[in-house]
Ligand binder design. Sequence first.
Ligand code: GLA
Ligand code: ZN
Length: 683
Amino acid sequence: MQALTSVPHMLHGCDYNPEQWLNRPDILAQDIEQMKQAKINCVSIGIFAWAALEPREGDYQLDWLANIINKLYANGIYTVLATPSGAKPAWMSKKYPEICRVNASRVRELHGGRHNHCYTSPVYREKTRKINEKLAERFADHPAVILWHVSNELQGECHCPRCQAAFREWLKARYGTLDALNQAWWTAFWSHTFSDWDEIESPSPIGEQLIHGLSLDWKRFCTAQTRSFFENEIAPLKAANPRIPVTTNFMAFYDGISYWELAKSLDVIAWDSYPAWHSRQDGDETYNAFWSDAFSDMCRSMLGKPFLLMENTPSQVNWQSVCRPKTWGFHRLTAIANLAHGADSIQYFQWRQSRGCAEKFHGAVMTHANRTDTRVFREVSSVGAMLEKLDGLCGAKTNANIAILYDIESHWAVNAAQGPRNGAIGDNELMLRMYLPFWKAGYAVDFVNSEMDFSGYHLLLVPMLYMLRADVAKRICDYTKQGGTVLLTMHSGVVDEHDLCYMGDTPAEGLAALAGIRFLEIDPLFDEQHETMRIVKAPFPLAESYRLERLCERVAAEGAEVLAVYEHDNPAMPDDLPCLTRSSFGRGTAYYLGGFAEERFFSDFLISLAERLGIAPALDTTLPSGVVAAARHGADGTKYHFVMNWTPEQKAVNLPHPLKDIETGKVYQNKLPLGPYGAKILI
Ligand code: GLA
Ligand code: ZN
């Protein structure tokens, strides 16, 4: 696989906002020298620079930008060129108020902030297209420009009259007739039947929020509208030079729109990683680390190739409740972890702290002190030096045999439903609970959505797939029939793509028959309550019992072997109610888990299952607690091993075979010592 851009090196970069310093040529000159010292090889420029690029309507001022791009390039620094639509200039909002968003309560916002334009407004689309055309005209063939960074962290929704009209058009295209829409949305309920398209309004706290099909379609529409806005942005860029890839930066697990849909318009996935590091007294960072790595794996899975880490802080952020800086040596660990999970870059927000406004206390490579002899600067430079030795890692693949099916539309639906557990149904938690043991033990995991092909994986995990879209159930059945192993769970196969409950046995569409069970009832628990699952027939070594929380689904075994039952004190309740079952289906096996099990269950069960299936971890060894591993495979056949210690303690890893430290060249025969928060890349 190739590098993600024309640069065959790992990228080490940062958001750079020279427009804040145009009256300080001394600072701009220092920037370049300091960037070279920090081994920065690319910068993202132009994000939020619209007011400097078009200070008055139609008055395009691109010379300052050209100057800076040229100077950077002359010094070996590439440009990731941003389009400025993430923040609109004040003159534009004043002249064209339609570009300002209307919130869900139907109030038009004033100018201010950022990330708050109307995606539908023809004026905003036109202004965006024009400025992008100018940028493309001037820079699309500039050898410095390696990537388009389109807008910034696309998010949110607009409820203005134009968006309402566009929503109705989108619905007409989807349903054809109002009858079909009324049927799909089940609007006879509470007399919510629509008799005219114009009666339909987006969900609102002062209006409709309880037609689930409407809420779901609104999210789909917002996704489609964001994507069409994005397509409008990239049209002039691609027309000028189709060889420059386009990306935009994602936020971890943001669920306002479907990133999976938006990914279809991207050449490269990029994301911004900001875990709340150092929030625990014991210094154990595994919780934060696994959350960030899970989203990295998701990003890598979306296009089946590495991604860019577009932003992370070199020290601290300014928006968490407590903004702790990464502690001594910790930045290197986070950088290595990102590379381990598929990043082909380490980029920062931000190069230099601003003097004023919202982000003046956000961490940066250069702080207000404007010195390079700081700890942060040193740590950033040494990550730069490490990346310089990693050309072979560019484009390196992750060969995952395990997939977790995550469907954002199902996530939207299950969280919008009233009942059986309001507020914390826990679909994402269940997904992460399945991911965690593999992350700890060094098994590669991909995430797939309902539309993606999962037939090649050895193990498919399907946590709470509440909504079954199109033919996904059939594909799960085919996958299993052909020899795959699948784990299904509670509260799956409940509704169709309109969020209408399936009639008949569930999980629907053949999944009940696949698992050899049938849904009876679901018993949600309060936060402080739990039940117990007792293992009655262990397919491989398991504990006697495990704790259950949140959701206990009772099922009848109809052909499945019962592996665990619910333990309870109510004598009137049968004591053989299955909680975990196994069923053979064609050449494969389907497991069904009815109870929301504790972490320990997943680590005991899933790791044994993976071993049974012959799936190998990155390193064939038992890792000490708090130490994790991952691997990537370079185009030349080199296997890169990444070993990370997320604790402040000294650790040692037993190596199954000698491995060489890529930075120092030292060969470790059978013991790899790792200092506090230490990390190594070994081949
Ligand atoms: C986001 C934005 C950046 C910056 C950082 C601060 O990721 O994209 O512009 O505001 O947050 O952490
Ligand atoms: Zn709008």
